[in-house]
Design a protein around this ligand. Structure first.
Ligand SMILES: *Cc1c(COP(=O)(O)O)cnc(C)c1O
Length: 233
């Protein structure tokens, strides 16, 4: 199936999931995760009306943005960085990306704020939370979230938008919902502590229905739009 046909299917699934939880489909933003796919795939999706794109690897993202801009300066796309970010790679992200979903340490946030160019609007930030409690997963522990959020909210060149999570894969829809419900509860705790946010970045191809039922405002979808990834390329 073509990218535009897959996009249409994903949009229809989002609308259906939103309606069945009594939500407005327009309250769920579709982020197309284009990692491992080339600039042509991004352009094809953009020509089908997609504006927001997510990338996981810094060099790949920067190269792809340059290729897309060179080929199609008419497209004004919004780029989200959703992968692990090391401190020696923050500068290009601060300079060229609109959103970072994977901040889980003050040090990274501080660097992004220091490096965000003054002519650009503040960089949009989501804090990645470890909702599955696995040692191997990145993300701030739920107990440490409030302290991190308070610090990030005070950084001048960042705008704290919300929370992001990548739960352990689960098959059954009830099991899928639990970590998303936890992320929503954590967001409510931030709000109660006087830290307002508007974004819950949660849900991927396999669990976006559960995420939308729990209040996702951004779903990050790769496979269902672009097909299976081939990491050997
Ligand atoms: C790859 C990736 C996605 C997209 O996953 P799919 O299962 O292909 O939809 C979403 N979020 C993050 C953080 C990813 O790394």
């Amino acid at each position: 199936m073509s990218i535009s046909a897959q996009l249409a299917r994903v949009r229809a699934s989002i609308a259906e999931a939103a309606h069945s939880s009594g939500r407005d489909p327009a309250s769920v933003c579709l982020l197309a995760v284009s990692k491992t796919f080339g600039p042509e795939a991004v352009i094809e999706a953009a020509d089908a009306g997609q504006r927001e794109f997510g990338e996981n690897y810094v060099q790949e993202a920067i190269d792809k943005i340059a290729s897309v801009n060179a080929a199609r300066p008419d497209l004004s796309l919004i780029w989200h960085f959703i992968g692990p970010l090391q401190s020696n790679k923050t500068r290009v992200v601060a300079e060229q990306i609109d959103w970072v979903h994977s901040v889980d340490r003050v040090k990274i946030a501080q660097r992004l704020s220091d490096q965000r160019p003054p002519h650009l609007p503040p960089l949009n930030i989501c804090l990645q939370v470890n909702v599955s409690g696995e040692d191997s997963k990145s993300g701030v522990a739920p107990e440490a979230l409030l302290a991190l959020a308070s610090e990030v909210a005070g950084l001048p060149r960042l705008r704290l938008r919300g929370l992001m999570a990548i739960p352990e894969p689960a098959e059954d829809p009830e099991a899928q919902r639990r970590p998303f419900a936890l992320l929503r509860t954590l967001q409510q705790q931030l709000h109660a502590a006087g830290i307002p946010t508007d974004t819950l970045s949660m849900g991927m191809s396999a669990d976006m229905t559960a995420a939308i039922a729990e209040g996702a405002t951004v779903v990050r979808i790769g496979t269902a739009i672009f097909g299976k990834r081939d990491y050997d390329q």
